[in-house]
Design a protein around this ligand. Structure first.
Ligand code: SF4
Length: 209
């Protein structure tokens, strides 16, 4: 017998979620590629004190949780988080993007990662408004792979090209377990075709397990 795909395709902590404690919720805000400004950090701490118990937590998806929020406070908290650029209801590309430190702070890096990840999210948001599937979009700045590209649905890993001795960000191995890798020169067209194919294969995969 075929089992139906899950109702909620998102398997992260973003959004307003019930806690085990009756009447309390945690609110998960998506931090785009894990980069917070000092102003956002101060504001998030202030919001946690005003609307929750003063506690903040981080997730492996580089996002931020404010916990122990009474139900009556959730709506206002969501608005205030959105106002400081920490989207509670970000797009699938926004909420699924993570990036390693890259050349800005890592001496092993072959390339910059954070700005690239922001560009990639913007590009996908512009091209595919309304895309509604959970996905992992990981960017890693060298083969050490702190960005864990191997578990992503769309992954970018920097490699050194011997022929030119240049360090380049190559959009590769984009499709994780469901896809196999692609030639970087075909990345643009592959990205264009990707969401529909991902949706079909993901749904088929869920129905078969
Ligand atoms: S993957 Fe490479 S560039 Fe990125 S943080 Fe790790 S060592 Fe640095």
């Amino acid at each position: 017998m075929e089992s139906a795909p899950p109702d909620d395709v998102f398997r992260d902590h973003a959004g307003v979620q019930k806690q085990k404690q009756e009447g309390y919720f945690y609110v998960g805000a998506s931090v785009l590629r894990g980069r917070l400004t000092p102003e956002q950090m101060h504001s998030a701490a202030d919001l946690a004190q005003r609307y929750g118990s003063g506690e903040l937590r981080t997730t492996v998806m580089q996002n931020l949780l404010i916990v122990n929020v009474p139900q009556a406070n959730t709506e206002l908290l969501v608005k205030e988080l959105d106002a400081i650029g920490l989207k509670v209801a970000g797009s699938p590309f926004w909420r699924g993007a993570i990036a390693c430190s890259g050349s800005e702070f890592c001496k092993l890096a072959l390339t910059e990662t954070k700005s690239y990840a922001r560009w990639l999210v913007q590009e996908l948001d512009d091209r595919f408004p309304g895309f509604d599937q959970h996905l992992k979009l990981h960017v890693t700045g060298c083969p050490n792979s702190c960005g864990q590209h191997w578990i992503a649905d769309i992954a970018s890993k920097a490699r050194r090209l011997r022929s030119t001795a240049k360090c380049m960000m190559l959009t590769t191995s984009a499709w994780a377990a469901l896809w196999g890798s692609i030639n970087p020169s075909r990345a643009q067209s592959a990205i264009a075709a990707w969401p529909q194919k991902f949706r079909e294969r993901f749904r088929a995969y869920c129905s078969s397990t």
